[in-house]
Design a protein around this ligand. Structure first.
Ligand SMILES: NC(=O)c1ccc[n+]([C@@H]2O[C@H](COP(=O)([O-])OP(=O)(O)OC[C@H]3O[C@@H](n4cnc5c(N)ncnc54)[C@H](OP(=O)(O)O)[C@@H]3O)[C@@H](O)[C@H]2O)c1
Length: 437
């Protein structure tokens, strides 16, 4: 049997401790599958005394993850510390430069330094595996990097943040407000004490930037993502969406267009009958649309110790199965040096259907004025419905419009016009509609 694969794990928190436990508990199966043992020979975290719920006594302890990356007797460095700089970045870079394979679950790190790290890995002939960094346990990286060879991806989109999907699911199921839902999610541990990163779309954007690179062979451009979070989604939107046959999801979407590549994260209306609309709670999903295959949807647990450990262990097992001297697949599907510059499509040229909800004064002529603003901007309407507001707001009405395909620029101009006309009593709401099967 080949020599054991020696693994060093830096970070023994939710994911790191789960990885160590799975490697222990599944040692016999992994040996059978990989044809060699996988042993944890080194570990690093901040507190050497903390009980991690797994026996790590055989592994050498390192206070310094960078030192472990450079000097430990390991073949694979597993980074599960987190953060886009500091010890995570320094240790991953050091491990690759020392010619060690790296496995990481760190989307923030890859969104910022992924291409530079991939260049080092490819120069050194080692693997940089990161299945857990996007959609946790869902094997989307492998699918895009390996299983879809020959396919040209036209669009990739997904529910990439469990916290947002949990909140939107409960808002719809229970009719409660965004704020009430968020508080409850925090109490139950589904949302962080500071939820900004999740609910404003940053976490989704990090993951999307990696998928974009895999889909289109472009350099990662995490700072070039149009981003809107879910905090302004109201019950009125959710109810109107349901009546129109849609459900609201926070999607990350990357799409090839004539003017470049769109990367956008925003609340989106998807048809209630589509497969992605059935993805509820903390579950994640990624849809990949290609010229040969059509639309493929992968869904499953996007976070949590076990689900994430499953992806990390899969990455480690791939390294155990790889043979020395064998050329590895490029980190982002194309050699890092050949990744093309990212050509950004302007959001204003985004084409699609739109949902527009306007709260207006209940006055004669308002409805006609809104319809005229739409027509003036060449927006063709699928429907326009006027609803009376509740008894406490009798002086107002709600107007809900659904457009046929139009452009972001036209919608913005039309809504600006309606606002200027002085008919609105509240901020207008605009939600993009996404085609999905
Ligand atoms: N949690 C998830 O569901 C999930 C899902 C997908 C991806 N991820 C990614 O996985 C990574 C880890 O997440 P997590 O949830 O496991 O985080 P976590 O529970 O906060 O664990 C972080 C670990 O890093 C250790 N650490 C901190 N600073 C260190 C340093 N300077 N040197 C060595 N170790 C250090 C901590 O040590 P102490 O324990 O001693 O404090 C802790 O064990 C992140 O990149 C995250 O984005 C997590």
């Amino acid at each position: 049997m080949a020599e054991a694969l020696r693994v060093g794990i830096a970070g023994l928190g939710t994911v790191g401790a789960s990885v160590a436990r799975v490697l222990n508990e599944k040692a016999a199966e992994l040996t059978r599958q990989c044809g060699r043992d996988i042993v944890v020979t080194a570990v690093s975290a901040r507190d050497p005394k903390r009980d991690r719920g797994v026996d790590l006594s055989a592994a050498k302890w390192f206070d310094d993850a960078v030192k472990m990356a450079e000097t430990a007797d390991i073949d694979v460095f597993v980074e599960l510390i987190g953060g886009d700089e500091g010890p995570a970045h320094a240790s991953v870079k050091a491990a690759l430069e020392a010619g060690r394979h790296v496995v990481t679950a760190n989307k923030a790190l890859l969104a910022k330094h992924g291409v530079a790290l991939a260049e080092i890995a490819e120069k050194k002939g080692v693997l940089l595996n990161y299945e857990a960094a996007v959609a946790g346990g869902i094997p989307v990286i492998k699918t895009m990097r390996e299983a879809l060879a020959g396919n040209q991806v036209t669009r990739v989109f997904g529910i990439l943040n469990g916290t947002c999907n949990y909140i939107l699911t409960r808002m719809e199921a229970e009719g409660i407000s965004f704020d009430a839902c968020l508080k409850d999610a925090q109490r139950l541990g589904y949302a962080e004490a500071d939820p900004t990163f999740d609910i404003e779309g940053h976490d989704t954007a990090h993951k999307l930037s990696i998928l974009t690179s895999l889909a289109f062979g472009t350099r990662i451009a995490a700072n070039d993502i149009y981003m809107e979070g879910i905090s302004n989604i109201t019950q009125a939107d959710i109810r109107a969406a349901a009546e129109l046959g849609y459900r609201i999801k926070l999607l990350g979407v990357a799409q090839r267009t004539e003017s470049g590549i769109e990367q956008r994260v925003h609340p989106t209306m998807v048809p209630t009958a589509s497969v992605i609309a059935q993805v509820h709670g903390v579950t994640n999903a990624v849809a990949i649309e290609t010229d040969i295959l059509g639309e493929l949807l992968l869904s499953g647990p996007g976070a949590g110790g076990n689900a994430t450990a499953s992806a990390v262990v899969g990455d480690i097992a791939d390294i155990a199965k790889s043979r020395p001297g064998f050329q590895h697949a490029p980190v982002f599907g194309w050699p890092a040096r050949e990744l093309k510059p990212y050509k950004k499509a302007q959001m204003r040229s985004h084409a699609g259907g739109y949902f527009i909800r306007l709260t207006v004064h209940d006055r004669i002529g308002v409805f006609a004025a809104i319809a005229k603003r739409m027509a003036d901007n060449d927006i063709s309407l699928e429907s326009i419905v006027q609803q009376a507001a509740g008894p406490e707001t009798q002086a107002q009405k709600t107007v809900i419009l659904v457009t046929h395909e139009t452009t972001e620029a036209a919608v913005r101009k039309a809504v600006e016009g309606v606002t200027k006309d002085g008919h609105l009593t509240d901020k207008p709401q605009v939600i993009r509609i996404e085609r999905a099967e």
